[in-house]
Design a protein around this ligand. Structure first.
Ligand code: PGA
Length: 252
């Protein structure tokens, strides 16, 4: 698997001009690179303009969505505020973030929803990027086991092999009070724990594990020096144009 760097823009930037400037900058920076895929996950409203440009571009740049709804009836449906898989696919979206801690803990999204979203993505050819990790004070291994067991419920080996797993401890996310990145050693240990749990339960050796939480230009290489950590999910630093471009270059 190539290295994967996923930009999670969350609810930023506030207008299309700013969004386009970042996107164009990243597209140009990624143009001739190899061994890396750069996935931009903007707010839904920017996916349409970006989708056109991704399909025109020969580039390692790909689009991801920050969320999706699992129901996808042919004629649409009574789901106010939701976005379907078909809508995302029509815009050239390839990846979908699922189970981000801000959705789990701020919006109260239960594991049952995460599981449904993963299944819907897999059924329709979108790649789910499953984020898991503990809050400060939680028992890390307990949380990882709980989230994996619930979020992967009823999935088979082949389906699980298509998921991208991200260990993202909630306490390491840059916007949290007193946030600091995990140590690379600890992130590696957690990624290995995820791999082991999946092997024990599904007899599957997964290779697609990333780390997220305060990843920036200064520390990205420390996390990715381990072959087990195949990439990073980047929030805050992916909105700082020059810094993120530098990270793309470093990784490739
Ligand atoms: P951060 O966010 O890089 O700003 O810590 C990462 C995330 O929340 O996915």
């Amino acid at each position: 698997m190539e290295k994967l760097i996923i930009a999670n823009w969350k609810m930023s930037p506030q207008n299309l001009v700013q969004a386009q400037e970042l996107f164009e900058g990243f597209g140009n920076a990624a143009k001739n690179l190899e061994g890396i895929e750069v996935v931009i996950c903007p707010p839904f409203v920017y996916l349409a303009p970006f989708g056109n440009s991704v399909s025109r571009r020969e580039s390692v740049l790909q689009l991801g969505a920050q969320d999706v709804f699992w129901e996808n009836p042919p004629m649409g449906g009574p789901f106010t505020g939701e976005i379907s898989i078909a809508m995302l696919k029509n815009l050239g979206v390839k990846y979908v973030l699922v189970g981000h801690s801000e959705r789990r803990y701020i919006l109260g999204e239960p594991d049952e929803f995460v599981n449904k979203k993963i299944k819907a993505c897999l059924a329709d050819g979108l790649i789910p990027v499953l984020l898991i990790g503990e809050r400060a004070g939680d028992k890390k291994e307990e949380i990882i086991i709980h989230q994996l067991s619930q979020d992967l419920r009823d999935l088979n080996q082949e389906e699980i092999s298509k998921i991208i797993f991200v260990y993202e401890p909630v306490w390491a996310i840059s916007t949290g009070p007193g946030a600091k990145p995990d140590t690379p050693e600890n992130a590696l240990e957690s990624v290995k724990f995820i791999m082991k749990f999946i092997f024990e339960n599904w007899k599957l050796k997964i290779e697609n594990c990333l780390y997220g939480g305060s990843v920036n230009e200064k520390n990205v290489a420390d996390f990715l020096k381990y072959p087990e950590i195949k990439g990073a999910v980047v929030g805050g630093a992916s909105l700082r144009k020059e810094e993120f471009i530098q990270m793309i270059r470093l990784i490739s």
